[in-house]
Write a protein that binds this ligand. Structure first.
Ligand SMILES: Cc1cc2nc3c(=O)[nH]c(=O)nc-3n(C[C@H](O)[C@H](O)[C@H](O)COP(=O)(O)OP(=O)(O)OC[C@H]3O[C@@H](n4cnc5c(N)ncnc54)[C@H](O)[C@@H]3O)c2cc1C
Ligand code: FES
Length: 449
């Protein structure tokens, strides 16, 4: 039985950009340094297997998802980046990916160096998961959409509750992208990030490959899919969720980046969404710490389409007592001291600073009429701290800004029109319904006299 809070595919998967790659976001050189060549090889191998698995299932269950094998190209625009890029290509070779240096990077702007890796892929992730869902139903599975589940309880199997039912299960797998169980054992080791995407129509066709540059954070470029080589996805400009910035500036930066490099006919779409970075560069998949019958898979960074598949296969093996080489590596109980430390400390310090901000001042307003149509604002009004949203039709929603997870103050996300929690990435709609992440509930309405 699949319990889905909203709609199948409506989470990060449906808004992702459909690349399937074993060139992991952590960086292959970094992965070898932190985990060793053998373990890094297992991780890359698991993602290559996931691409093949997705290819097979696409052909059988989602033939409309337009899966296409393409090459992956890493490139740098700067002479200074060539050394690091060369080391990343060496790491890819060590891990069996066979990176080949390019004489010329097939992009319409000057690049200093580039490497190509064959056997990667792109597809339409939403059509793919809808095909899997149809197959699940045919095989006797049951799907309940619009069924937000409370955190499961362990003991005598596992119990899970939705607004409509209480379900007794043998085991429960929590596959909610950001974890919402295992308080603090997982939240302190997974960091929520925002990422931005433009759908752009170019005047000239784009070479059919997955491109990544070496910027920090990196940009990526690829065809959107279908048969139109002019329609292209350009993504990047990532940052931690809930920073005191205007998210629309990040979409504008991305557009500037695109227009400076391509002949852009039109920007046909813009969006942003959240993904989750694990502290030590590898996902967490396995039995939840302290539970017997609750299982979790999370922490895929920007590779959740392949990592998610690899973790799904791992959980299937764990639940049927089959051996799997990833079992120990991805165990949520693992302690990976040094590899995790350089992210653990600053990221959790950021969270601690957000707690310090809880007695926030907010901008004082004399009247809620100061919040205009289409605007979300944190305000102080009649001595109360409020998260206020006025929809384009003028209707006002007045909420408590206190996150239902551990009480941090949410922030208005201008690009996504959501309330985002800077502490562990909980997200709510403009009207306060929980979208995802650790909070178990919606934001509370604020009752004003
Ligand atoms: C802009 C962007 C582009 C990306 N592009 C790529 C890419 O090209 N390739 C790649 O490999 N990765 C990509 N990623 C990462 C990838 O999208 C995610 O890692 C992946 O989609 C996560 O899959 P998931 O099934 O865990 O989460 P989701 O797809 O978010 O699914 C989780 C589901 O759980 C539901 N849910 C949450 N809480 C509850 C609850 N309490 N009860 C019931 N249901 C609940 C949600 O409604 C949701 O539908 C991208 C991420 C972003 C943000
Ligand atoms: S998500 Fe943890 S306090 Fe908001």
């Amino acid at each position: 039985m699949l319990l889905e809070a909203h709609q199948v595919g409506g989470g990060a998967t449906g808004g992702s950009t459909g690349h399937l790659t074993a060139l992991l976001d952590t960086g292959l050189g970094r992965l070898i340094e932190d985990w060793g060549q053998h373990e890094a090889g297992l991780m890359v191998g698991a993602n290559l297997t996931a691409i093949s698995q997705i290819e097979q299932w696409s052909a059988r269950f989602s033939p409309d998802c337009q899966l296409q094998r393409v090459e992956g190209i890493l490139y740098t625009e700067n002479a200074a980046g060539a050394g690091d890029l060369g080391r990343e290509a060496d790491a890819a070779r060590l891990l069996g990916l066979g990176a080949e240096a390019l004489d010329r990077v097939p992009l319409p702007f000057p690049c200093h160096a580039g490497y190509r890796i064959t056997g990667q892929a792109r597809f339409d992730p939403l059509r793919y998961v809808l095909g899997l869902a149809r197959r699940f139903l045919e095989a006797g599975g049951v799907i309940h959409e619009q069924s937000p589940a409370k955190p499961p309880q362990d003991g005598g199997g596992a119990q899970i509750e939705t607004p409509a039912a209480r379900i007794q299960a043998g085991d429960v797998i929590v596959a909610t992208h950001l974890p919402y169980v295992g308080a603090l054992t997982l939240e302190t080791r997974n960091y929520p990030q925002q990422s931005y995407v433009l759908l752009v129509r170019l005047t000239s066709p784009l070479h059919d490959a997955l491109f990544w540059d070496d910027a920090e954070p990196y940009h990526y470029i690829r065809r959107y899919g279908g048969d139109d080589p002019h329609l292209v996805l350009i993504g990047g400009a990532d940052h931690r969720t809930g920073l005191p910035i205007n998210e629309l500036d990040h979409l504008a930066q991305l557009e500037q980046y695109a227009r400076a490099r391509f002949a852009v006919e039109a920007v046909e779409g813009r969006w942003s969404d959240e993904f989750v970075e694990p502290a030590d560069g590898a996902p967490f998949a396995g039995r939840l710490v302290g539970a017997d019958h609750i299982w979790i898979a999370t922490g895929y960074a920007g590779n959740g389409l392949t990592w998610g598949t690899a973790c799904g296969l791992l959980l299937a093996d764990l639940l049927t007592n089959e051996p799997n080489p990833l079992a120990g590596l991805l165990d949520p109980r693992r302690v990976k001291g040094l590899a995790a430390l350089d992210r653990f400390v600053p990221e959790n310090l950021r969270t601690a600073l957000e707690y310090a901000r809880i007695p926030f001042e907010g901008e004082r307003v004399d009247s809620l009429a100061e919040v205009g149509p289409g605007e979300g604002r944190l305000v102080r009004y009649q001595g109360r701290k409020l998260a206020v949203w006025r929809d384009p039709g003028g209707e006002l929603t007045i909420l408590s800004p206190v996150c239902r997870h551990l009480g941090c103050i949410v922030k208005w996300n201008e690009a996504a029109a959501t309330w985002d929690c800077p502490c562990h990435g909980g997200r709510y709609t403009a009207t306060g319904e929980r979208l995802g992440g650790p909070p178990p509930d919606d934001l509370e309405p604020a009752a004003l006299e």
